[in-house]
Design a protein. Structure first.
Ligand code: DAH
Length: 352
């Protein structure tokens, strides 16, 4: 009886190819495919074993065997890759077919946005001043040390600098020191150079102070500066403009008081306080229990500042004010903490 011939390596490789290609095509899940991959191409897999056998073959067979086993490996790799794509597509199709998720459902209605309370009050302030003939200027937030301090009669040695803790910026060599403006007053001398007198302008915007925050202090807040330059101006003009403004913005009668105040760029200088609108004068955390809120420093422009702006103080006079816009917003809406304004908290902002 004839003995069965042992398989030649050619037969063995083609038998292995057939077996693995069938096994790959038969997988129905990615997990099973991964298993087949390990058993065929993994470190201890059959195909890897067949590749290693090369070393044991007689020299004359090595070249042909190497080529054949390499081709086998490539076929298996390609088959696995094709099957993987098929199975992944199947998963997606199954997810889409899942009837518990309705892909035709329209999206939830979006909530319409609205104007930020700071911007609402700023727009009101601008409107009031525009009716009184004021320009509205947009001045830079990154300022020179000159415009923010020196032009306003606050030289480097002046103690007033310490009242405005400053964020200094790194400026290129030789360009002078730069900072984030600590007050909108930095626009005063700019405006004097920009307009021929007489003129009136307000410049609203963000200002920055490097200081500890609490219910009434924030490192970033808003001010509106006002400046009127004419031949004859008086504290009477100033007070009347302020009264017009505050009654228009707060939409009610507010009590105001004027106290002497010191600012190097005005002479005389004043503090205009209004009765606290959060506690109606009873005392709360916003007004530090005093019943009054410091709202508006103001005064007649110092002759030295006029000179810095290229104006002759014998010919021109001016008044200026620096309105705390953030505080005014707090007064208008009864906001107890200034930090809420720029918090970006939708629960807070949704109320306006
Ligand atoms: N710039 C000052 C500050 O932020 C406020 C100020 C005071 C502005 C008096 C003025 C003024 O225009 O006249 O502290």
């Amino acid at each position: 009886m004839a003995q069965p011939q042992p398989l030649s390596w050619q037969q063995e490789l083609s038998e292995a190819a057939e077996r693995w290609l069938v096994a790959i095509a038969a997988t129905a899940e990615l997990q099973a495919l991964r298993q087949v991959e390990v058993e065929s191409l993994g470190k201890k897999g059959e195909i890897t074993g067949l590749t290693r056998r090369l070393a044991t073959l007689p020299n004359e067979d090595k070249r042909a065997y190497g080529a054949a086993v390499g081709e086998l490996k490539t076929r298996i790799e390609q088959a696995i890759s094709t099957q993987r794509t098929t199975l992944e597509d199947l998963v997606i199709t199954q997810e889409l077919a899942d009837t518990s998720f309705d892909v035709t459902l329209p999206p939830a209605p979006g909530r319409p946005g609205h104007v930020h309370p700071l911007s609402q009050v700023q727009a009101d302030v601008e409107r009031v001043f525009e009716t009184m003939g004021f320009h509205v200027l947009d001045c830079p937030e990154v300022e020179s040390e000159f415009d923010n301090f020196e032009a306003l009669n606050i030289p480097g040695w002046h103690p007033a600098r310490e009242m405005q803790d400053t964020f200094w910026l790194q400026a290129p060599e030789g360009q002078g020191r730069q900072l984030l403006r600590t007050h909108t007053s930095a626009g005063q001398v700019r405006a004097m150079h920009q307009f021929a007198p007489p003129f009136r302008a307000i410049f609203p915007g963000k200002v920055y102070r490097y200081e500890a925050t609490d219910a009434s202090h924030e490192h970033t807040f808003h001010q509106v500066e006002g400046l009127m330059i004419d031949r004859h101006v008086s504290v009477g003009h100033l007070l009347d403009s302020m009264r017009t403004l505050l009654s228009a913005i707060l939409r009610r009668d507010v009590q105001v008081r004027l106290r002497p105040g010191y600012f190097p760029f005005v002479e005389p200088g004043f503090e205009l306080d209004i009765s606290c609108q959060v506690c109606a004068g009873a005392g709360c955390s916003v007004c530090k229990q005093s019943g009054w809120l410091e709202l508006l420093p103001c005064g007649l422009v110092h002759p030295q500042v006029l000179r810095m702006g290229g104006l002759d103080p014998n010919e021109w006079q001016g008044w200026a004010f620096g309105l705390g816009l953030s505080r005014l917003v707090m007064m208008r809406f009864g906001v107890p903490d200034v930090r809420l304004l720029l918090s970006g908290d939708a629960r807070f902002l949704g109320q306006f």
